[in-house]
Design a protein around this ligand. Structure first.
Ligand code: ADP
Length: 496
């Protein structure tokens, strides 16, 4: 009788393996940092072979001390999305480093497509905007710039994949070239309406169909990890990109249920149900999950800097010694301070999409000190979340859906109680922090466990979700309105 699901969480900065038991609690964790490669300004790469080696190492690392591969019911995989790998189908060797989602090398090509008026086609079919972020233009770059790649690709001798595909190919000893619908939905090549690779998009990005993986549901038979790798043959049964996995881990299974993850950046996702909502507010439309052949859609918005602002306070401004200290500082700050930080250090993400905007601190008076600046920094994350939630609400209302009524949060920053309370105050909605905050890895485990009968139905999984603490809005409406409109005014100034 198997006791655990093995969850692989391959992230941007590290690769982790976790064991989850039947109650959905993480029992064991191993982690390995990942080398970041910066060949030029704006370029970011990972060594795909290092990712695979680290994956194997951390998986073996959790299978110790009496727990063997025989105790594992199935493997779930969640991964950094959009990061693009191209490898030789016969040898399994990557033809180039993986191009990471943050990489901006295809900015000029995206701008050209936009000028040619192609963005509407991409948005209609994929829900995405034309931005270097997504896999499609990265893949095209590889085909055009790696010697001999295009000719081999045309003959089907290469495989394209996001990190999930790459890991499954290796786990299965080269037998499977597959991905799941959520990862496919981030490539700019996958039509989320028809749930198929789209010939028109393939043509626009000049990508041969022969190199694409087969797209499966999030709960599916993705293949089997070979016996000699982990000590037993284990089915790979669940896959989703990191933000979608966190959506599952937070059990956001009904339209209007919304989660937001506050790590380095912030990613907010709201379930829109069976209905695909096209954003009029420059949010992304995407697949939340596909289970039993049925697609559930979502709207997504991201903030570039969340926890990273706290790191900036610590490392550049030296206002705090540790991230944790920001909580006490914000609590002690003058509550009447009008200082507002617009943290456009690397531009502004959704719903503004202003890459050239830069950060500024407004509204300082003679008595503005370190505490007030720290408070303004934390508040800026709340204001940006409100921007996203309002945009989501407007898009959902236009589609006849009910807007989000609460927010489920996770990620390193939500350990900060002052921040969580401020978030509730600015959103005018309850902010709910779950008992298990490993939501990304948990989501992948749930998917694999639902497929193999280790966990029950989605209803069973939803009933596992427990709120550790709910933060109720306490701020007076007039103050909330005043503060938020001050923020909106200052955002206009950094864009101008
Ligand atoms: P990632 O997965 O992106 O590496 P994590 O979810 O591990 O991020 O969260 C780390 C981030 O959370 C860091 O940017 C850190 O500054 C921030 N953080 C951690 N603890 C706190 C805290 N108590 N208050 C504010 N920010 C915090």
């Amino acid at each position: 009788m198997a006791d655990y699901i093995l969850s692989i969480d391959q992230g941007t900065t590290s690769t982790r393996a976790l064991l989850f038991d039947r109650s959905g609690s993480p029992m064991r964790v191993r982690q390995r940092e990942l080398r970041q490669i910066f060949p030029r300004d704006g370029w970011v790469e990972h060594d795909a072979e290092e990712i695979w080696a680290a994956t194997l190492e951390v998986c073996r690392g959790v299978l110790t001390a009496g727990t063997t591969a025989q105790n594992i019911a199935a493997i779930g995989i969640t991964n950094q999305r959009e990061t693009t790998v191209l490898w030789d189908r016969a040898t399994g060797k990557p033809v180039h480093n993986a191009i990471v989602w943050q990489d901006r090398r295809t900015a000029a090509f995206c701008a050209k497509l936009k000028e040619e008026g192609k963005e509407a086609t991409f948005q209609t079919k994929t829900g995405l905007l034309l931005d270097p972020y997504f896999s499609g233009t990265k893949l095209r770059w590889l085909l055009d710039n790696v010697e001999g790649a295009r000719a081999k690709a045309e003959k089907g001798e290469l495989c394209f994949g996001t990190i999930d595909s790459w890991l499954i190919y290796n786990l299965s000893g080269g037998k499977r070239h597959v991905t799941d619908a959520t990862n496919a939905s981030r490539t700019l090549l996958f039509n989320i309406e028809t749930n198929e690779w789209d010939d028109e998009l393939l043509k626009l990005l000049d990508v041969p169909r022969a190199i694409l993986p087969e797209v499966l549901d999030c709960c599916a038979d993705f293949g089997t990890a070979e016996r000699d790798l982990l000590g037993a043959a284990i089915p790979v049964a669940g896959v989703a990109g990191d933000q979608q996995a966190a959506t599952v881990g937070q059990a956001c299974f009904e339209p209007g249920l919304m989660k937001s993850t506050y790590g380095t950046g912030c990613f907010a996702v709201v379930n829109t149900g069976k209905q695909r909502v096209t954003s009029r507010n420059r949010l992304l439309g995407t697949i939340a999950y596909r289970i039993g052949g049925e697609t559930t859609y979502a709207l997504e918005g991201s903030i570039f800097m969340a926890g990273a602002i706290v790191q900036w306070l610590r490392d550049e401004m030296k206002l705090i010694d540790s991230s944790e200290e920001s909580e006490a500082m914000a609590r002690d700050a003058n509550p009447h301070s009008h200082a507002v930080l617009v943290p456009a250090f690397t531009g502004l993400g959704a719903p503004y999409w202003e890459p050239d905007a830069r950060a500024a601190l407004f509204g300082m008076t003679r008595d503005t000190g370190a505490k007030e600046v720290v408070r303004a920094a934390l508040e800026s994350v709340s204001y940006q979340t409100r921007d996203l939630m309002d945009a989501m609400g407007a898009d959902m209302k236009a589609a006849g859906l009910v807007s989000p009524q609460a927010l489920r949060v996770d990620g390193g920053m939500v350990a900060n109680n002052w921040f969580a309370q401020n978030l509730a105050d600015i959103l005018a909605r309850p902010v709910e922090r779950p008992e298990i905050t490993e939501t990304t890895a948990l989501g992948a485990a749930y998917l694999a466990g639902m497929q193999t009968g280790f966990y029950g139905s989605m209803d069973d999984v939803a009933s596992h979700w427990r709120c550790e603490r709910a933060f109720e809005p306490e701020m007076a409406e007039t103050e909330r309105a005043e503060r938020y409109s001050r923020w909106q005014g200052y955002v206009k100034r950094v864009i101008g």
